[in-house]
Ligand binder design. Structure first.
Ligand code: NAP
Length: 291
């Protein structure tokens, strides 16, 4: 697949890391509830290999997916990693045996999280690590994050992390982190129907910082909308492709990491980069956002 077919390229600010705008999110590869191994580990490996074979060079993961399972699958499928593959991980949580998501934000927790990622991915250093704030579920919550960002900056000083990003954050938290260190990306919940970050995206675009929506397709309950389906029919595309094409057209600093456990869905999602939405389509899709 040619590079243009994956949405063009984006270079993370002040880095030598350039990725295709169409990437892949690996969370769906673990078992149900992002816990334990998937039913068919071979299928998960096939999805990862297909993504990279198609030209994807940006994979989002975390060691607490599984836990450990997703990173172990990435290593199994792709190690030794092809040149130019950027694996982005995240820290800030752990999964206790009751399968909940617990904060893991002390300096010791963060350092242990980096070492878990390095061991399970088989790397000496992580390209980008997002500090994932455990706010209120899948939405951010105000609160100081400077202490954790300083710990990540120290881990970067030790050569274990190359660049720092943020996840599930408010504009104030982005500003707080940027006063401490360079931030290369922000990963928040955003899609056609959930647009709390419109202003933040514009602000980050001005700084050249990547905005990487999680739940680009709606997450655990994929987007369903009569308008979306109607536009898709007119374009000869699928609703999921229109949702992804909308994000690509929304702002040049948006990078996509749609998640799937299926090779067929992966192919469909990557092909969304070839869908062009007219001003009329865009105006119609505006109506989907919740007020
Ligand atoms: N920072 C954070 O807090 C955070 C939170 C959540 C996720 N993430 C990251 O963001 C990535 C994307 O989010 P996500 O995977 O949760 O949600 P998503 O990409 O919005 O949607 C994934 C869901 O959509 C389905 N799907 C994918 N492609 C489809 C298609 N073409 N047609 C129909 N259904 C399709 C998947 O099922 P199938 O498997 O059946 O395709 C899955 O149920 C994750 O993989 C993870 O890396 C980060």
């Amino acid at each position: 697949m040619s590079e243009a077919k994956l949405g063009g390229r984006f270079t993370f600010p002040k880095t030598s890391l350039t990725v295709q705008r169409m990437g892949y999110g690996a969370m769906q590869l673990a078992g149900p509830g992002v816990w334990g191994p998937p039913k068919d580990p071979g299928a998960a490996v096939a999805v990862l290999r297909e993504a990279v074979a198609a030209g994807v060079n940006h994979i989002d993961t975390s060691d607490y997916y599984g836990p450990h399972v997703t990173n172990q699958l990435i290593r199994k499928a792709l190690y030794p990693y092809p040149a130019g593959l950027v694996i982005v991980s995240k820290l800030g949580a752990r999964r206790p045996p009751d399968r909940s998501w617990e904060r893991a934000i002390s300096p010791e927790d963060l350092a242990a999280g980096v070492h878990d990622n390095l061991r399970n991915l088989g790397l000496d250093a992580l390209d980008i690590v997002n500090y994932r704030v455990m706010g209120s579920g899948h939405g951010p919550e105000e609160g100081a994050i400077g202490e954790q960002i300083s710990v990540l900056a120290d881990l970067r000083g030790k050569g274990l992390i190359r660049h720092i990003g943020l996840s599930n954050v408010t504009a104030a938290q982005v500003a707080e982190a940027r006063a401490i260190t360079d931030v290369v990306c922000v990963q928040n919940n955003y899609n056609l129907a959930h647009r709390n970050d419109d202003a933040l995206i514009a602000n980050l675009a001005r700084q050249g910082i990547a905005y990487v929506p999680f739940f680009p397709l709606g997450g655990f309950t994929p987007l369903e909308s009569r308008t979306l389906s109607a536009v898709a029919v007119r374009l000869g595309a699928t609703p999921m492709q229109v949702a992804l094409a909308w994000l690509l057209q929304r702002s040049p600093n948006i990078l996509l990491i749609p998640g799937t456990s299926s090779v067929a869905h992966l192919r469909e999602n990557l092909a969304a980069a070839q869908v062009t939405l007219s001003p009329e389509h865009l105006a119609e899709l505006e109506g989907i956002a919740s007020p």
